[in-house]
Design a protein around this ligand. Structure first.
Ligand SMILES: C[S@@+](CC[C@H](N)C(=O)[O-])C[C@H]1O[C@@H](n2cnc3c(N)ncnc32)[C@H](O)[C@@H]1O
Length: 279
């Protein structure tokens, strides 16, 4: 099995759309009348969820109608958010076949199919022509990709000169031992977490200028505290769990969240934003 196949296997759920729609029904939502906001608790697969996407959005100065690439779009939460709130036209690519299928179906369900489209593809070989996009973003994807140099070169190739590239990834802060599983990986072979310094050096090498960098560690610690609280409350009540990221993380969600929190608190990792611009 290749590393890409192991990554896709890590994320594949099997019956993800049904699990999401069932959780929303249990929470009193009508699956035939969903808005993109109703999906926010389950479709933003990164630390801080919708709030983190909103915070990143505030730093990207692209007009309505801009053509924007989502690298590793997952089930499409950020793409639907940016299409709906910013009016961008988004192309999402992702390695995991099931995520691409679920992203397409959820996007049609909430009526955003005209603004967003998805393709199954790897980030190191983007299926787009040179200078296609005004901007690109990548949320919690680089931790899986060892060959970031190729990803950044590809993003630079498909961006127009001056295009913005916004990254929000979990990055390494020191060389302390890692603990598995974490939300993006269950084994060392699929964990390619790197330091912000390495990201910036590779971005520079690919023709980008870094314009901003921000650690979101404190925000992340608070996010996980609230998530653990919600999980404990729902366990105490004994009813169905509320819609949330544990649906995507599967049966090992509590362990993944616990390991991630420990790594954050120890200062081993930190979710970090890097905004750069193509030369
Ligand atoms: C933690 S999820 C984040 C999804 C989405 N960006 C979000 O924030 O909701 C990581 C995603 O990266 C995708 N991914 C990992 N390696 C990839 C690669 N080499 N090329 C494209 N997608 C990749 C996975 O399939 C998964 O959907």
């Amino acid at each position: 099995m290749t590393v890409d196949q192991s990554i896709a296997r890590h994320y594949t759920h099997g019956t993800l759309e049904t699990a999401i729609l069932d959780a929303l029904k249990n929470a009193g939502k009508d699956p035939d009348k969903l808005s993109h906001g109703d999906l926010a608790a389950v479709d933003e697969f990164h630390i801080g969820g919708r709030q983190a996407t909103t915070d990143l959005s505030a730093q990207i100065d692209l007009p309505r109608g801009a053509r924007v690439l989502d690298v590793g779009c997952g089930i499409g939460g950020p793409a639907r958010f940016f299409a709906s709130e910013r009016g961008w036209r988004i192309d999402g690519i992702d390695l995991t076949e099931e995520y691409v299928a679920v992203a397409e179906r959820l996007t049609r369900r909430v009526g955003l199919g005209d603004l967003v489209s998805y393709r199954q593809a790897g980030a190191t070989t983007l299926p787009f022509r040179d200078a296609t996009f005004d901007g690109a973003y990548m949320l919690h994807v680089g931790m899986n990709i060892a060959d970031k140099k190729s990803v950044f070169a590809e993003v630079r190739r498909v961006l127009k000169p001056g295009g913005v590239f916004a990254i929000y990834d979990v990055m390494r802060e020191n060389d302390d031992a890692f603990v598995y599983p974490v939300p993006w990986s269950s084994e060392p072979a699929t964990n390619a977490i790197e330091t912000a310094a390495t990201y910036k050096a590779l971005l520079t090498g690919a023709g980008f200028t870094t314009v901003k960098e921000r650690s979101r560690r404190d925000f992340a610690i608070e996010f996980f505290r609230q998530m653990r609280e919600r999980m404990a409350e729902s366990q105490a009540k004994g009813g169905p769990p509320p819609p949330g990221l544990p649906i995507l993380m599967g049966s090992t969600a509590p362990q993944k969240v616990a390991n991630m929190t420990a790594l954050l608190q120890r200062g081993t990792i930190s979710p970090t934003e890097i905004i750069s611009r193509a030369a």
